[in-house]
Design a protein around this ligand. Structure first.
Ligand code: PEP
Length: 272
């Protein structure tokens, strides 16, 4: 069976400080990943940079068309795709300061992060996360659901916590929609930290999340990728992907450093 492409997703959060810097980083990432055919590369910048970055995107439609009808198609490099860090579930209306998924579509946004721990810290509840997940899937975004425990206890209560987060966030999500969903497991205690979670613990949680989804959806074929996020860098990416059995990585700080991000992407490309 062909290996699935790994997801290398950068979350720029509230960075960098200017459009000039944002376009510079994006161009370097585009250049550095241009020949990598075995990964999906996604960058989620602040909303205000989407328009400028969308203009830098190139289209591969021509190449894709030519391949139609062929029996066996070798994996092709894909352009860097844009994602958003959040959305408002309403299409339009009296929501001061909010951004609707309708707007994001205009800037060629294909992915949306929902339920990042930094947004949950701002008061986003499981119910709000659920509403946003349903809206994002309804708009046909590839929807990245972030889950993760704040602390680890010795009795393994974090397993129940993760299960509950999944059940709450995915209420009303249909089995057919699972292929548009990406789960990003981000233990909050590893975000912005000095070390990532160890690969065996990532592996344990990847299996747990997969099993929870199997139980929820009563399916044996699960198309939902399960990513890891939290202090990923070029020194730990390979082990997390291999030993941790992660289908990809959600990357914060290192996604603002083109050299580091490209190096992680290159590692992932050799493993897929
Ligand atoms: C994140 O905030 O999603 C994240 C993974 O951050 P970092 O890589 O900087 O730990």
């Amino acid at each position: 069976m062909a290996q699935k492409k790994k997801f290398i997703i950068g979350n720029w959060k509230m960075n960098p400080e200017s459009t000039r810097l944002a376009t510079g980083i994006f161009k370097s990432i585009q250049k550095g990943t241009a020949d990598l055919s075995k990964i999906h590369t996604v960058i989620c910048p602040p909303y205000v940079y989407l328009e400028a970055l969308a203009r830098l995107q190139t289209s591969t439609k021509g190449t894709q068309k030519k391949q139609k009808g062929k029996k066996k198609v070798a994996a092709q490099p894909e352009p860097v795709v844009l994602g958003a860090q959040n959305l408002n579930p309403e299409p339009l209306g009296a929501r001061t300061g909010e951004i609707s998924g309708e707007f994001l579509k205009q800037f060629n946004v294909k992915y949306v992060i929902i339920g990042h721990s930094e947004r949950r810290d701002l008061g986003e509840t499981d119910a709000v996360v659920n509403t946003k997940i349903l809206a994002a899937l309804g708009w046909k975004f590839k929807t990245i659901l972030c889950i993760g425990e704040k602390v680890r206890d010795d009795d393994g209560h974090y397993f129940a916590f993760i299960k509950n987060q999944l059940e709450q966030a995915l209420m009303g999500v249909k089995k057919e929609q699972l292929s548009s969903l990406v789960i990003a497991y981000e233990p909050v205690w590893t975000i912005g930290a000095t070390a990532a979670m160890t690969p065996p613990l990532v592996h344990e949680m990847t299996i747990f999340i997969r099993k929870t989804l199997f139980d929820m959806y009563k399916t044996r074929t699960l198309s939902t990728p399960i990513l890891y996020g939290g202090s990923v860098d070029p020194s730990n990416a390979q082990e997390i992907l291999q030993q941790g059995s992660a289908d990809g990585l959600l990357i914060g700080r290192q996604s603002l450093d083109p050299a580091g991000f490209v190096s992680i992407a290159t590692i992932a490309n050799t493993l897929s």
